[in-house]
Design a protein. Sequence first.
Length: 101
Amino acid sequence: MSNEHVVKIDYLNVKKASLVLRALNHKLRQQIVKMLNEKDKMTVTEIYVQLRLEQSVASQHLAILRRAGIVRTERDGKFIYYCVNNSRLEQINHLVEQLLS
């Protein structure tokens, strides 16, 4: 058997990519992304009040989305606003479509 068609897989990158997909594969985080898409940008306070969550829960989920690059933050004075990183979502969506085709 020839080794010329052996594909080397970088399992660390596979793990990192799976964490990005897992960040979106959660009902509450999907709600946060949907709400941010509708409102354009929101503070963590607006998010947890609207979704009736504890502040710590909202912050924890936003941190997961931020690490995955799905949301980004903008500072305006003393306020930090969260908004959707649309180019990242398009990238993820394109990848998912490729995986499923």
